[in-house]
Write a protein that binds this ligand. Sequence first.
Ligand code: IPM
Ligand code: MG
Length: 354
Amino acid sequence: MKLAVLPGDGIGPEIVAQAVKVLDALKSEGAKIELEQAPIGGAGYDAAGDPLPEATLKLAREADAVLLGAVGGPQYDTLDRPLRPERGLLRIRKELNLFANLRPALLYPELAGASSLKPEVVSGLDIMIVRELTGDVYFGQPRGIEVRNGERVGFNTMIYSESEVRRVAHVAFGIAMKRGKKLCSVEKANVLECSELWKEVMIEVGKQYPEVELSHMYVDNAAMQIIKWPKQFDTLVTGNIFGDILSDAASMLSGSIGMLPSASLDENNKGMYEPIHGSAPDIAGKNLANPLATILSVAMMYRYTFADPATADRIENAVKQVIAQGYRTADIYTEGTQKVSCSEMGDAVVKALN
Ligand code: IPM
Ligand code: MG
């Protein structure tokens, strides 16, 4: 297995280094994984004048999977739009055709106190958001800012083709089948034609999965329901922009955005794995970040791309164990637990793995 490692910016290099420790531990037991690093985002711009350098994209294409830290930083915010770190991330998703983004939100019982919601609302939480990742208003044409009737207008296009909806529907139904067999499709079909088509295609695909109970919800209501009573959901499927927003909301249920991994998959389960949080420039380089989302992303990599659920379980269990042992990075620290640094957390996971 060949793995492209793209640390990126901000806390990216620190958290990825902890995930690499876990991979090295598995290698030392004989796992055949080859790691190769390359810059992306602001680091790509600094190294090659491009947030997705040619060589990085080539490496990612040739690899079986990609592990990504995070991109972005204030020093890049004034660059021309195509040169900004976020564009590198959007381009690699598109170039590798990673249309299905899996964002689980689950709560470790010990962290219920770290959530801003009441423990009874979030305890035992386990939901999966499937976000379409290569279409929608993120990539739709036309887009731009231009002058019309003497003033500037900004515009983007929300667009989905049937085939785009269908392929992510199949992924979502497949995941729902392996989970609680309940799928909620989220759109805004009371207002948007694009959503009307989304809903029709979901219903059509649903006929091939009679065991899965399909429901539909408008995105505004879904945002409310996720906060009100999240345990009503099992698997959710939604478009790119709605999924971006809902997954941040859902992340708060789990105590900290620093706990949540993600997988972005193509048709053949090749994937890019990244924590759902950003580059956190304010704490970068201070050894304070929570590496668990990145380590859990490695577990997802074993589950989805390497088809090795035993190793995935083992990594997830090691994380559960360090949480149970009371180790906490600053973002999930509560009184009576033991505050550790990013690298100490990585070491603790490696120890628990053995
Ligand atoms: C995410 C992020 C990205 C997105 C940004 C950084 C472009 O918010 O992965 O959710 O909007 O998709
Ligand atoms: Mg986001």
